[in-house]
Ligand binder design. Structure first.
Ligand SMILES: Cc1ncc(COP(=O)(O)O)c(C=O)c1O
Length: 760
């Protein structure tokens, strides 16, 4: 940076082009350059070449690297418009010629169309996005490029921000000096430790309005300088891009413009979360370097002060703009991690906007979540919880296959099933293939409620009837039609006239009411003038207390339902997707063929997607009477998520794991029951487990202890729920990523929580 620029005159440049590259020229214009000299060379008034006279201190191999990089980028992405170097006449593969008088290397480049040094404030939104895309395309084109000389230290690379500390003394303005120092402090504290983790490659390092030509619409028409390239992080590329393009914009407009640039960039190259989180600091760091290096150069007498300082005022304004909203505020404005509001305040805000009818938060002290992976949830304070409650993230929280499938498809296209695209069709085919042969039709919706609602509509249309049966503490959903078959949600204890409930067997208490209760419910329904159209059954009776139904018993009920002309709706919203470990669908354990299978919760591992699988003859009843369409139902992103879930279930042999872990877990819980008489029963299938909490010495449900134990488990870092009408059954229903390793964590915590409550 100290070496003097070469001192060639424009006339000398024109002559040199002829001398070294064999093209006659008669005039040249100095384009201005920090360390080198660059001339636009003319012949008879027309530009014929750009001549670059390198700093005498420049390593010739670095110049060769720049030429090779330009040609590489042109080869990979010709549309980028890179200025290509000329070969020296008679010397193929040689792109530099020696100007012996100046002891410098000289290169000639094609002249590209466009305007140089455009003012960034004139760029419109479209141009800002396009600049972002161009930068990312340039980075992408360089990904496969490597060169030993790329491993060099570029003073303008933000990774060297700490060096600005040594230059502080050269900054005459007190406020600017203090601002640069604060940015350096922040950089060292936050960015430097993260730097070794960031993605690196050979990057251009300086795509700015000074180093590119623009078309009339403000988009990049030519990339003319690889002089700052090095092997560095993607942020090394982004910092000068943001600094240059947002230069001159202040306040919220500064962030809006930056977001547009980033949109363009991420359209080509999505950033990693950590990269996004550091954007504000590296942007500020680049501005700090601009001030520090230019003042140092002025102090050394290397550059004209006015020219050298031309970006210092906007750079200081950028730092001020970032500091004005605070680093957290800047990070959020650039799409990074949000700082969660304090828990109590957030809970109040939630209540205020969600209203009084929404389900309250779990636990007196709400769980304020930050992230999750597999079977572990981390809260905002960094505390980890073993998740034994959430069945939705069935293959594990944030499973990489599912999150990748979602983001890849979202980046490709997301529309609806009125247009043809592969994912929904493939998903439907896979679901049909997973069911008994008659179930040949799939209708996509967005939630378990919608799936059950649609099944009900179809059942009514197919049978022409309006009666329905469900278990006496079932839950099948939210819509008016399915809230009617959700006694768990009948807070006044009464259901509509067309609904009847039956009481499932309770093997623990020795009551086998099931079949008679079912028959009696059918009779009551008919007596009220409602012939049964459908029977809903959650095969695991999750809301009724997690009951392990006897297959023979269910077959008997199914026969009765069929004899009564009712259709059977297997609600697999809870029990499906491998929860029992025996098969993908829990109804298969009963040996029955339902008329409808409804899917939801785990289907997209948390992404909303749901479906009804049924028979084409049942759907036919609605043809011509109505159309079945859900805007989001089966959209390509949801379908991609659901396909990924099915793939993971296969690839990770999830069913085997669930069977094995479920048995291990129940055995361990039963062993615990020997020491804790408050545990009346341990039951369930696969990874759906019910632990019935009773008053010791009998079978009387003990809701208070169950709730206290649930809360005690939370205090010990384990999440479970409670269920059943009496509210006394611990509902253990972890993501299916739960393994033997987690069993003792749960069981030991339960042991301690029970001991705390019962004194044993
Ligand atoms: C068995 C069963 N069916 C249906 C639903 C409704 O699903 P969603 O809340 O996705 O609408 C639920 C929800 O808890 C459920 O447990």
């Amino acid at each position: 940076m100290r070496a003097d620029r070469p001192r060639l005159s424009p006339g000398g440049a024109a002559a040199l082009l002829g001398e070294l590259f064999g093209v006659a020229a008669d005039d040249a214009r100095d384009l201005g350059s920090e360390r080198d000299q660059a001339f636009l060379v003319f012949s008879c008034g027309s530009p014929v070449a750009v001549l670059k006279v390198s700093n005498p201190a420049e390593d010739p191999e670095v110049l060769d690297m720049e030429s090779a990089a330009a040609r590489h980028v042109h080869h990979v992405d010709p549309g980028l418009g890179v200025a290509l170097p000329w070969t020296v006449p008679g010397r193929p593969d040689t792109y530099r010629a020696e100007w012996s008088e100046g002891a410098c290397w000289v290169r000639a480049y094609d002249v590209l169309a466009g305007t140089g040094r455009v003012s960034a404030t004139t760029l419109d939104d479209r141009a800002l996005r396009a600049w972002g895309s161009t930068s990312a395309r340039l980075g992408r084109a360089l990904r496969g490029f490597t060169h030993p000389k790329a491993h060099r230290t570029m003073p303008w690379d933000v990774q060297h921000t700490a060096r600005a500390r040594d230059l502080l003394g050269h900054i005459p303005d007190d406020a600017e000096r203090a601002a640069v120092e604060r940015v350096v402090d922040r950089f060292e504290e936050v960015v430097a430790p993260a730097w070794p983790r960031l993605r690196t490659q050979v990057v251009h390092g300086d795509l700015t309005v000074d180093n590119a030509l623009t078309a009339a619409d403000g988009t990049v028409s030519g990339i003319v300088d690889f002089g700052d390239m090095s092997h560095a992080t993607l942020l090394t590329d982004l910092a000068p891009l943001l600094e240059s393009l947002v230069c001159g914009r202040t306040g919220e407009e500064m962030f809006r413009a930056a977001r547009l640039v980033l949109d363009g960039y991420e359209q080509v190259t999505p950033l990693e979360p950590e990269e996004v989180d550091l954007l504000a600091e590296v942007w500020a760091a680049r501005s700090a370097l601009t001030i520090a290096i230019s003042e140092w150069r002025v102090a050394q007498g290397l550059e004209d002060p006015v020219f050298a300082r031309r970006y210092n005022a906007p750079a200081a304004a950028t730092i001020a703009g970032l500091e004005a909203v605070g680093w957290d505020g800047a990070r959020r404005r650039l799409g990074g991690r949000r700082v969660e509001a304090p828990t109590a305040g957030l809970a109040r805000r939630r209540d205020a906007v969600f209203g009084p009818a929404t389900e309250p938060l779990s636990y007196d002290e709400p769980l304020h979540v930050a992230s999750a992976e597999g079977v572990w949830i981390t809260d905002v304070a960094g505390r980890r919880y073993l998740d034994c409650y959430n069945n939705v993230p069935c293959v594990g929280h944030a499973h990489p296959r599912v999150t990748a499938a979602i983001s890849r498809q979202a980046r490709r296209i997301n529309t609806h099933t009125r247009y043809l695209s592969e994912p929904a069709v493939e998903l439907a085919e896979r679901l049909v293939a997973s069911c008994p042969p008659g179930l040949d039709t799939v209708l996509f919706v967005n939630s378990g409620s919608e799936a059950n609602d649609l099944a009900w509509r179809l059942a009514r249309a197919a049978t022409g009837r309006d009666g329905v049966l469900c278990t006496d503490f079932a839950y099948h959903g939210l819509t008016e039609a399915v809230a009617a078959v959700s006694p768990e949600a009948w807070l006044d204890g009464r259901g509509p006239d067309h609904v009847e409930t039956w009481t499932p067997p309770d093997p623990y208490r020795g009551t086998a009411l099931g079949e008679e209760s079912f028959a009696a419910a059918l009779e009551r329904l008919r007596a009220r003038g409602h012939e049964p159209a459908a029977v809903y059954l959650d095969p695991l009776l999750t809301s009724d207390g997690v009951v392990d139904l006897d297959p023979a018993h269910v077959r008997a009920l199914h026969r009765r339902a069929k004899a009564a002309g009712a259709l059977w709706i297997a609600d697999e919203v809870q029990a499906g997707h491998g929860r029992t470990g025996e098969a993908l669908w829990a109804f298969s354990r009963f040996g029955i063929e339902p008329d409808f299978v409804t899917l939801g919760k785990p289907m997209g591992n948390g992404h909303p997607v749901a479906a009804v699988i049924t028979r084409s003859d049942l759907v036919r009843a609605t043809v011509g009477r109505t159309v079945i369409f859900s805007t989001f139902g089966g959209n390509p992103v949801s379908a991609a998520a659901a396909l990924a879930v099915l793939d993971v279930i296969d690839d990770e042999r999830v069913l085997d794991r669930v069977r094995h872990t479920g048995e291990t877990l129940r055995a361990a819980l039963r062993a615990l029951a020997d020491r804790h008489p408050a545990i009346g029963d341990v039951r369930g299938a696969g990874l759906a487990v019910g632990v019935e909490i009773v008053h010791p010495g009998g079978t009387r449900p003990d809701r208070a202890t169950a709730v206290a134990v649930r809360d005690g488990l939370r205090g010990r870092g384990v999440l479970v729920g409670t269920t059943a009408r009496a509210g006394n059954v611990l509902k253990i229903r972890p993501p299916l990523a739960f393994t033997d390793r987690e069993v003792p964590v749960l069981v030991d915590a339960l042991d301690a929580a029970l001991a705390e409550q019962t004194g044993r």
